[in-house]
Design a protein around this ligand. Structure first.
Ligand SMILES: [Cu+2]
Length: 176
């Protein structure tokens, strides 16, 4: 009986060891697999986030998203605030109305613009002001048509308005 028990414990011990060793071996593969689960054709460009007004704590992030496969942007997160929502602006009875949406559809091979007056990622009660040139980390989660999820990290640049680039302001001033 005691021999059996010892053999059994050895088996368990060995089993545990094998399982652990397998896990350690598999771990980098798993991490890689998770990364490659992201749609390789997914392109996120021109990510920017509106600078906060003095004393303000509300901002919105905008960007261009395209993918060869249809995707849905279902979630956005940022270390700046736990209150990040996907919003859309639309005209309702002559008034621009903003409301939270569950997702933004990204059809195959069609660039979707998150832009002022349309879809945007709302950052509410940000912990610190967002200044021009700041890099604001965003984590975006996408859903594939076969209900798989993956996240991508995006750095949105602090800007006062759309299309702001270094030198543009100086060029604008030259017209006055
Ligand atoms: Cu909003």
């Amino acid at each position: 009986m005691s021999t059996l028990r010892t053999a059994f414990s050895t088996l368990i011990a060995r089993g545990t060891f094998v399982t652990f060793a397998t896990l350690v071996t598999l771990l980098p593969t798993l991490v890689l697999a998770q990364t490659s689960a992201a749609e390789p054709s997914l392109k996120i460009t021109d990510a920017w986030v509106k600078t906060t007004v003095p004393g303000g704590s509300v901002s919105a992030a905008y960007m261009q998203i395209s993918s060869a496969k249809p995707l849905k942007l279902i979630k956005a997160e940022s270390p700046l605030t736990p209150n990040v929502e996907i919003h859309n602006m639309s005209m309702k009875e002559g008034v621009m109305e903003m409301r939270a949406v569950d997702a933004v559809d990204v059809p195959a091979n069609k660039t979707v613009s998150l832009k002022p007056g349309g879809f945007h990622i709302m950052l509410i009660k940000v912990k610190q002001p967002i200044n021009k040139g700041d890099s604001v980390p965003l984590k975006l989660t996408f859903e594939t048509p076969d209900k798989k999820f993956f996240s991508v990290d995006v750095a949105a640049k602090g800007q006062e308005k759309a299309g702001e680039k270094a030198g543009e302001k100086a060029a604008g001033h030259a017209h006055h």
